[in-house]
Design a protein around this ligand. Structure first.
Ligand SMILES: NC(=O)c1ccc[n+]([C@@H]2O[C@H](COP(=O)([O-])OP(=O)(O)OC[C@H]3O[C@@H](n4cnc5c(N)ncnc54)[C@H](OP(=O)(O)O)[C@@H]3O)[C@@H](O)[C@H]2O)c1
Length: 155
C-alpha cells in the first residue's frame, strides 16, 4: 500500500488527473482529433484483478480511475454527437525504464517498446466510434472480457 498521502496523490496526479485534464483541454480547442488513446495498464483492470501485485495499490487505483474517467468522458462526448474516439490501452509488459524494478512475482511475456507501439497502433486503427470508452490490450484482446453495450472490453 502507498505509505503516504503524498505518494498516493502523486500517482493520481500523474496517471489520472494529468491525462484526463490534458484530453479535456485538447477537446476544448475544437480541433478535429480522431482518437485519444490513454496509456492505462492491466494493473488497473477490475475484471482481470492482479492480486499478486504487492506495492502497486496506488498505481493500480490510478489506472482504474483513469479508465473510469475515460469511460465517462466518452459517454458524454457521444451524447454531444462528438465523434472523437477515446480508448484506454494496456501496452503489454514492456522492457522500459519502468520495468527495471524488482517485483515479487514473475513477469512473463516481456516485449520491446517497438513491438508494443506497433501493436497498439493496429489496435487504435481497428476501433470506431462504437468502441469509444473501452479498454484494450496491445494484443487487441481482452481477458475476462465483459460485454458492454455490444462491445467486449477489459474493465
Ligand atoms: N512498461 C510496462 O510494462 C507498462 C505496463 C503497463 C502500463 N504501462 C504504462 O505505459 C506508460 C509508459 O510507461 P513506460 O513503460 O514507457 O515507462 P518509462 O519508460 O518509465 O517512462 C515513463 C515516462 O513518464 C514520464 N513521467 C513519469 N512521471 C511523470 C510525471 N509525474 N509527470 C510527467 N511525466 C512523467 C517519464 O518522464 P522522465 O523520463 O522525464 O522521468 C517518462 O518519459 C505509463 O503510463 C505506464 O503506466 C507500462
Amino acid at each position: 500500500m502507498p505509505e503516504t498521502f503524498e505518494e498516493f496523490a502523486f500517482h493520481l496526479h500523474t496517471n489520472t488527473i494529468g491525462p484526463i485534464i490534458c484530453a479535456q483541454r485538447l477537446l476544448q480547442t475544437n480541433i478535429p482529433i480522431g482518437t485519444i488513446a490513454f496509456m492505462s495498464s492491466d494493473s488497473g483492470s477490475t475484471q482481470n484483478f492482479r492480486e499478486m501485485e504487492d506495492g502497486f495499490a496506488a498505481y493500480a487505483a490510478s489506472k482504474a480511475a483513469l479508465n473510469q474517467a475515460m469511460r465517462h468522458m466518452a459517454a458524454e462526448l457521444k451524447r454531444k454527437d462528438d465523434d472523437t474516439i477515446l480508448l484506454a490501452l494496456h501496452p503489454g509488459e514492456v522492457a522500459t525504464d519502468m520495468a527495471n524494478i524488482d517485483v515479487g512475482w514473475e513477469v512473463e511475456g516481456i516485449i520491446t517498446p517497438q513491438e508494443s507501439v506497433s501493436s497498439l497502433i493496429k489496435v487504435i486503427e481497428s476501433k470506431g466510434i462504437q468502441h469509444s470508452g473501452t479498454f484494450w490490450t496491445w494484443e487487441n484482446k481482452v481477458s475476462n472480457a465483459v460485454q458492454h453495450k455490444g462491445v467486449k472490453d477489459l474493465y
